[in-house]
Design a protein around this ligand. Structure first.
Ligand code: GTP
Ligand code: SPV
Ligand code: MN
Length: 598
């Protein structure tokens, strides 16, 4: 086959991987709709995809994975920097040469009997100086179909690549070669040999064994976060696990806001918020990743590098997230949701009654008495961002948009108030670096355990976490900058009956409104040990349905014993970084301890 590129690095690499992985054939993707349709049809014939009813959800597909391949695998994710200390205590590290040798053995012949797809892709809008080009080589047509939604593919990418342009080498194999005449399975994978490896110095990604989400769609977490965070450290910008939204107040004031929440903690929902407060408007720019750079005006400018959403399905309904529901009415891939008898998708938390005769996410008839959910808790939809009814007109502006405020948040049943404003940028870095959240189904492992997840980047920072804190702090040293204000939010406080106190979703607009009032100098705040909270009457709670018996105090009260325990928990979290922890953060901790003990 002749390839539509003269890029020597790419042609050489394709040859090298072809020789290593021994695919039956090599296919160079052009990103066209026709190509997508052909691959989707092949996946239907193989049983990987089921086409949904065209009357219900045109041009959409349902897939269900191997039950051993349902989420990111943090324990098998590696940062293979030259020096172990550069990966830091929060990452798995492996020597790059050793990892390459181990994985080369795994890749040898791993694509036998399969087609090897070459996907040139771009993260970031075409024409933006900030966009990054990668090439993913994969033996999964499911990955190709998802990548076409999540990234830019095709001619503009090859043009940007040119004859000698470089790209992030992103290699992926499901690790399931087929012997002569062997039948394929619907979801090939190799769950006992998963490796998601990153080589930050050479900007390479090697993924093996999993076909699911961030393990396999390598432009997303692997490139746009883990590799990009290292580039950002070296070049003075930020690559963050953040949503990006545009907020317009009833007075017409426009503010762009980012939000860093851990996986399955509310980014997509906040990005597509439909305000309950009259006159407010939210428009969406991104739901998972934001790259931030200093603009000529000294502000931080944010850009969503993704073209689509890979969003959590369970819990999504017309009452919680109507915009998401309208986004995936067509042209969508659903993975690990349940399937209805009439060829549509369903999941727990969707509007209305649970339909009868469901097929569960494992492909079997659903037994409602099993006590198990019909959809996997990490079931996802893959859909183009352009289909979102409230997408902001400027979402692909090559310059990005200027950020007024950054939110950090997580799931904490206690302690963290509904909203807290940082005293300063440095205090904001302290809040980000000490974030904690209960674990979710987005990663393999136990759910509901409180863990520190600094900046929601614990699984995604490609270098030493303490150096990353230092990188954030450096922005404060530049006196020419007009940095955004930082807020900590928590939609997930619970009462003694384990009920969420705050209704969340559209009602979160009340918190956004207070933040704009702060930015515009209209609202007063009150000091607490954790930061500034709204003064009495400054947060509009008129008509809000809190959990029975709850008051504003239930959302903001800081229990003294909890606070003292938190100080010690932060101290032990920081202890893992030793001398590498920036002095400023140790000072912030001392200041918190002093405020807590008053
Ligand atoms: P990733 O794609 O994994 O990074 O997740 P995310 O941060 O985008 O989370 P998402 O918005 O998909 O929400 C995850 C789950 O939390 C869904 O089940 C939501 O319904 C639920 N959720 C989101 N926002 C709120 C909220 O304000 N309150 C409550 N109680 N639940 C929420
Ligand atoms: C996350 O886990 O934060 C996700 C889903 O956004 S995945 O792409 O699988 O990482
Ligand atoms: Mn995410």
């Amino acid at each position: 086959m002749t390839f539509p590129t003269k890029n020597k690095k790419l042609l050489d690499w394709v040859d090298e991987i072809t020789a290593l992985c021994e695919p039956e054939e090599v296919y160079f993707c052009n990103g066209s709709e026709e190509e997508f349709n052909q691959l989707a049809q092949q996946l239907v014939e193989k049983g990987t995809f089921k086409r949904l009813s065209d009357a219900k959800r045109p041009n959409s597909y349902w897939a269900h994975s191997d039950p051993k391949d349902v989420a990111r695998v943090e324990g098998r994710t590696f940062i293979c920097s030259e020096r172990e200390e550069d990966a830091g205590p929060t990452n798995n590290w492996s020597d790059p040469a050793e990892m390459k040798s181990t994985m080369t053995n795994l890749y040898r012949g791993s694509m036998r009997g399969r087609t090897m797809y070459v996907i040139p892709f771009m993260m970031g809008p075409v024409g933006s100086p900030f966009s990054l080009v990668g090439v993913e080589i994969t033996d999964s047509a499911y990955v190709v179909c998802n990548m076409r939604i999540m990234a830019t593919m095709g001619a503009p990418v090859l043009e940007a690549l040119g004859e000698d342009g470089d790209f992030v080498h992103s290699l992926h194999s499901v690790g399931s070669p087929l012997a002569e005449g062997q039948d394929d399975v619907a979801w090939p994978c190799n769950p006992d040999n998963i490796f998601i490896s990153h080589f930050p110095e050479t900007r390479e990604i090697w993924s093996f064994g999993s076909g699911y989400g961030g393990n396999a769609l390598l432009g997303k977490k692997c490139l746009a976060l883990r590799i990009a965070s290292v580039m950002a450290r070296d070049e003075g910008w930020l690559a963050e696990h953040m949503l990006l939204l545009k907020l317009t107040s009833p007075r017409g004031e426009v503010h762009y806001v980012t939000g860093a929440f851990p996986s399955a903690c509310g980014k997509t929902n906040l990005a597509m918020l439909v305000p309950t407060l009259p006159g407010w408007k939210v428009e969406t720019l991104g739901d998972d990743i934001c790259w931030l750079r200093v603009g000529e005006d000294g502000r931080l400018w944010g850009l969503n590098p993704e073209a689509g959403f890979f969003g959590v399905a369970p819990g999504t309904s017309y009452s919680t997230n109507p915009s998401a529901m309208e986004t995936f009415t067509s042209n969508t891939i659903f993975t690990n949701t349940a399937l209805t008898a009439d060829g549509d998708v369903w999941w727990e938390g969707m509007d209305g009654e649970r339909p009868d005769n469901l097929t569960d996410w494992t492909g079997k008839p659903y037994d409602p008495d099993s006590g198990k959910p019909a959809a996997h808790p990490n079931a996802r939809f893959t859909v183009s961002a352009a289909q979102c009814p409230q997408i902001a007109a400027e979402w692909q502006d090559p310059r990005g948009v200027p950020i007024s405020a950054m939110l950090f948040g997580g799931r904490r049943r206690t302690l963290a108030p509904l909203v807290t404003e940082a005293y300063s940028w440095e205090h904001g870095v302290f809040l980000g670096s000490t974030m904690a959240s209960e674990t979710t189904a987005a990663a393999v492992g136990a759910v509901g355990n409180l863990r520190r997840d600094p900046f929601a980047m614990l699984p995604f920072c490609g270098y030493h976490m303490a150096d990353y804190f230092g990188h954030w702090l450096k922005f404060a040293e530049r006196k020419d900058l007009k940095l955004p204000r930082v807020y900590l939010v928590n939609w997930f406080r619970k009462d003694e009956n384990n009920r969420f106190i705050w209704p969340g979703y559209g009602e979160n607009s009340r918190v956004l409104a207070w933040i704009v009032d702060r930015l515009e100098g209209r609202a007063d705040a009150q000091e607490t040990p954790l930061g500034l909270v709204p003064k009495a009457g400054e947060l509009d709670l008129d008509g809000v349905a809190l959990a029975p018996g709850a008051t504003k105090d239930s959302l903001f009260a800081i229990d003294r014993a909890d606070l003292l325990a938190e100080v010690e928990a932060i101290a032990s979290h920081y202890a893992q970084f030793g001398d590498r922890l920036p002095a400023r953060l140790a000072e912030e901790l001392s200041a918190l301890r002093a405020r807590a003990q008053v």
